[in-house]
Design a protein around this ligand. Structure first.
Ligand code: NAD
Length: 348
């Protein structure tokens, strides 16, 4: 299968690209290379004959038309987005423009390509989204695919809007679409501004580890390589027009997650132990959702997919990866607005 992956220089997209090539697919990686992109994340496949890169913006219809015509993909796996909730609170405009208008433009380019090709039934437009579209849970319950949408941050609202567009293009134009909504990802090649890399890098630097509020917020953590596998399963075997929730079956309160990371670091870097002395509670994020939890029954029963690693295993792999790959993450801290925003600009 030749897959057009958008956002393939990002965190999850790069895992999908690496996995798809390893599975024998051809990949066209389309990415605008925003501040969050890193082509080093796909360096291991960059010279593979089945891999191609296109530097393009999903809002640029002319570029998309050229790329569809040049590569004739069998499927689109759409991950390109602005993805950082805190940035969406500081500046929502870019999120609406990329996540909503960008998805609309990509849908229109995909539809024109698909119609020109005679509406092949085997074509797939797979939209990758988040469980944050469902809002916030109390102590009980889980998100199913039937949970009503209730987005609460600009990021979540922009993703919810893009989900609605994709479903509408499926209903109205018959475009063969499939959607996935997944929980928080973590793992290798995670951009340093996200929670788990922040904890690891600040702990290594001996700097306070910031935790929002009382650290009571619960997330369902999904190892990124498990997610990449799930996406390729849904792309190939998911039922058209359907959504699939993807979760890690790994619920944890933020404070417990951070303590687990500190314990792993105590083991790997005993000279800095105990790292949990660095934990520092900071003012909560506005509108911070209390709990997300995924009911993965549909993907498990229909496609037989379930996560392969526990949270303990995945976190240990992740810490070890950051310890071994400083040459990947350190240059990212020097990017404008990244290291300084994290208080890690000059960190060693
Ligand atoms: P990321 O920020 O790491 O990567 C996004 C990529 O998209 C970057 O390479 C960036 O350059 C590219 N991009 C941004 N705007 C673009 C544009 N206009 N045109 C082309 N490329 C553009 O994001 P991620 O964490 O890998 O998330 C990927 C997708 O998965 C997103 O759609 C996100 O909403 C979704 N998602 C992420 C998580 C998570 O925990 N990270 C959870 C659920 C869903």
């Amino acid at each position: 299968m030749k897959i057009l992956v958008t956002g393939g220089a990002g965190f999850i997209g790069s895992a999908v690209v690496r996995r798809a090539i390893a599975d024998g697919h051809a990949v066209v990686n389309l990415d605008a290379l925003t501040y969050a992109a890193c082509l080093d994340s796909v360096a291991s496949v960059a010279d593979h004959p089945a891999y191609a890169f296109e530097h393009a913006d999903i809002r640029d219809r002319a570029a998309l038309d050229r790329i569809f015509a040049a590569h004739a993909p069998d499927a689109v796996l759409h991950l390109a987005a602005e993805s950082h909730v805190d940035r969406s609170i500081d500046g929502p405009g870019e999120f609406i423009d990329t996540n909503v208008r960008g998805t609309f433009t990509l849908l229109e380019a995909a539809r024109a390509y698909w119609e020109r090709a005679g509406r092949p039934g085997a074509f797939r437009f797979h939209h990758v989204s988040t469980d944050e579209v469902y809002g916030s849970l109390g102590a009980e319950g889980q998100f199913t695919e039937a949970t009503p949408y209730d987005p609460r941050s600009p990021y979540a609202a922009s993703k919810a809007a893009s989900d609605h567009l994709v479903r509408a293009w499926g209903e109205t134009y018959g475009l063969p679409v499939v959607l996935t909504n997944c929980s928080n990802n973590y793992g290798p090649f995670h951009f340093p501004e996200k929670l788990i890399p922040v904890v690891i890098l600040r702990a290594l630097a001996g700097q306070p580890i910031p935790i929002y509020g009382a650290g009571e917020n619960v997330r369902d953590w999904l190892y990124v390589e498990d997610h990449a596998e799930a996406l390729l399963e849904v792309l190939q075997r998911g039922r058209l027009g359907r959504s699939y929730n993807i979760g890690g079956e790994n619920e944890a309160r933020n404070i417990d997650l951070v303590r687990m990371l500190c314990a792993i670091l105590d083991d790997r870097r005993p000279e800095g132990a105990p790292h949990d002395r660095l934990i520092s509670f900071v003012a909560d994020r506005p509108g911070h959702d209390a709990r997300y939890a995924i009911d993965p029954t549909r993907i498990r029963t229909e496609l037989g997919w379930r996560p392969s690693v526990t949270l303990e295993q995945g976190l240990a792999r992740t810490v070890d990866w950051y310890l071994a790959n400083e040459d990947w993450w350190r240059p990212l801290l020097a990017r404008p607005g990244v290291g300084a925003r994290l208080g890690l600009a000059g960190a060693t």
